[in-house]
Design a protein around this ligand. Structure first.
Ligand SMILES: *[C@@H]1O[C@H](CO)[C@@H](O)[C@H](O)[C@H]1NC(C)=O
Ligand SMILES: *[C@@H]1O[C@H](CO)[C@@H](O)[C@H](O)[C@H]1NC(C)=O
Ligand SMILES: *[C@@H]1O[C@H](CO)[C@@H](O)[C@H](O)[C@H]1NC(C)=O
Ligand SMILES: *[C@@H]1O[C@H](CO)[C@@H](O)[C@H](O)[C@H]1NC(C)=O
Ligand SMILES: CC(=O)N[C@H]1CO[C@H](CO)[C@@H](O)[C@@H]1O
Length: 488
């Protein structure tokens, strides 16, 4: 913490922070926030938000334990280390075990916090639900058990607490084998220490990563298809009651955006003084380096009359956690049409692009595109790059799996190089995940531009393990600096 931020915090004033889906989120120590596929639990006594998730570090994919962070605004995160630390040699929480999708709830009856997760061995042969407890929200949590819910398998795990009666439910898919492929809702006992009966079974839809959003009238159950770490079109079911009848599933985001390149996992209900806002807390997995996976947190728009639910994209938005209100942050747009291209990159007609033009052929250091005349503030600002990457998703060498090319080899991402004002020593890496033909998504970088309107942003291509190709660019949007500047 430094400068104005420190002064404001000493004065007890809150400093407005934006939520930036897909950005590199850093904690107050400057480290990447590492809490994947987890949950946010609101501490009733303080109103603090506690983020729990899978802790992943470079070079180690599983068994990192469960990390915990706290925040007052859902944008500034302070690390509290591990809430559940792996124990070498332990049958369920050793560094070799799978400790996935942790969820934490408070129980009034025991005045304790209860953590549940998908507990497994490294080959996913156990398919259990782990349970640990702590008198302290931040932990340390003590392992209690790993059990099979009603004697069944349990794979991707989710948890839902009904705000009307406080009862919690376990949500789980029962595996990929032929006699699995269901998703269950089962009720916990009133202390959330043991699982009771199955309330509903989503029979043979073959979905995973379940979560539930509740309104005054409805329950919406969100789930993803099963494509591993690759994103797909998340669907939702609606019902008046948890036991159903549930509706047919429907898409929650524009088709072929693959839910803005994310997987479902948790929903957070913020009951503000003016408005209740539900947030979709999704994961943008990075299978090339899991520890670099990003967070796609977005507001959810629900219309109970139409029985519809939509996840709403925003590059950058401002959420007031006290009032529950949120607003898209307005930025300044610079179009591909008005850029300077160099080398083999060129402008091409694209009727789906912002002004009918996209820049393609971006490659390495020589075939670049430069946006000019950009207004900057002299402080770090989020800049979103709107791009198309048509490498297309497939199942790699698993034949017949690709939606676009049988046997096609899938590449997770292209990587753009971003240079501001010709400073070639400061090359920013811009991960541009696969989109789809004609689908433009955006991904943000925190950049420091000079004060004034003479900034230049040059984009080229970096090595992604296969190639130096950068994705096609539609436009960039430069957002105002946060009031106090975000620590990066
Ligand atoms: C995981 O558990 C299953 C079922 O007990 C077992 O068959 C498999 O060998 C185990 N894997 C490892 C790596 O221990
Ligand atoms: C609970 O957490 C607080 C702050 O993190 C710490 O001071 C306290 O010792 C913890 N209590 C227990 C029982 O672990
Ligand atoms: C919780 O459930 C137990 C067992 O059914 C019951 O005896 C107890 O009264 C319940 N407590 C509360 C606070 O609901
Ligand atoms: C781009 O330039 C850097 C630094 O000079 C160099 O290491 C890299 O190999 C170049 N890449 C391409 C594709 O030319
Ligand atoms: C208790 C229970 O829910 N058992 C189920 C376990 O999974 C199989 C396959 O889906 C079901 O047939 C059982 O009813």
């Amino acid at each position: 913490m430094k400068g104005l931020q420190l002064l404001l915090s000493l004065a007890g004033l809150s400093t407005a922070k934006y939520i930036v889906p897909g950005g590199r989120w850093h904690d107050t120590d400057g480290n990447l926030v590492s809490a994947h596929a987890g949950c946010v639990t609101i501490e009733k006594s303080t109103g603090k938000f506690w983020l729990f998730g899978e802790y992943k570090v470079e070079g180690h994919t599983e068994g990192g334990g469960v990390s915990v962070y706290s925040s007052d605004d859902l944008a500034t995160w302070e690390s509290h280390g591990l809430a559940l630390a792996p124990i070498p040699g332990h049958p369920y929480i050793s560094p070799e075990n799978i400790i996935q999708r942790p969820k934490v709830v408070y129980s009034k009856i025991s005045n304790e916090y209860h953590m549940w997760w998908h507990a497994d061995n490294s080959t996913y042969g156990l398919l259990l639900q782990g349970y640990a407890r702590s008198p302290n929200i931040s932990g340390p949590y003590t392992f209690v058990s790993a059990t099979a819910p009603n004697g069944n398998w349990s794979q991707d795990f989710g948890m839902f607490t009904d705000y009307k009666d406080g009862r919690s439910y376990s949500l789980y898919s029962n595996g990929d084998s032929k006699n699995g492929r269901d998703v269950y809702i089962a009720a916990y006992n009133n202390d959330t220490t043991a699982l009771g009966d199955v309330v509903h079974r989503f029979d043979k839809f073959d979905l995973e990563a379940p979560s539930i959003v509740q309104t005054d009238k409805s329950y919406y159950a969100l789930m993803s298809h099963k494509t591993g770490y690759r994103p797909n079109n998340v669907v939702a079911f609606r019902a008046d009651s948890l036991s159903g009848p549930w509706s047919q599933p429907f898409m929650v985001a524009p088709l072929n955006t693959r839910t803005f390149s994310s997987q479902s996992g948790f929903n957070l209900r913020i009951e503000g003084t003016k408005k209740t806002t539900n947030l979709y807390l999704g994961d943008q997995w990075d299978s090339n380096s899991l520890w670099e996976s990003r967070y796609i947190w977005l507001p959810i728009d629900i219309d109970d009359k139409k029985k519809s639910l939509e996840v709403i994209w925003n590059d950058v938005y401002d959420l007031n956690v006290k009032t529950g209100e949120w607003a898209a942050v307005q930025g300044e747009t610079y179009y591909a049409k008005d850029t300077k291209t160099r080398g083999a990159s060129f402008k091409q007609e694209a009727n789906f692009a912002s002004q009918g033009t996209i820049v393609t052929g971006i490659y390495g250091n020589d075939s670049t595109v430069t946006f000019e005349g950009i207004k900057g503030s002299g402080k770090p600002q989020w800049v979103s790059f709107h791009y198309q990457n048509i490498d297309d998703m497939g199942y790699g060498d698993q034949p017949g799996g690709s939606p676009d090319r049988i046997g096609g080899s899938w590449q997770l991402r292209r990587i753009g190089s971003v240079v501001v004002n010709g400073d070639e020593k400061m090359v920013e890496t811009l991960f541009q995940r696969d989109t789809h033909k004609g689908i433009i998504l955006s991904t943000p970088l925190l950049l420091t531009l000079d004060k004034g309107n003479k900034n230049k942003i040059k984009v080229g291509g970096l090595w992604n393990g296969f190639d130096y190709k950068g994705a096609d660019l539609d436009k960039i949007v430069v957002y105002p600096a946060e009031e106090s500047g975000r620590k990066s």
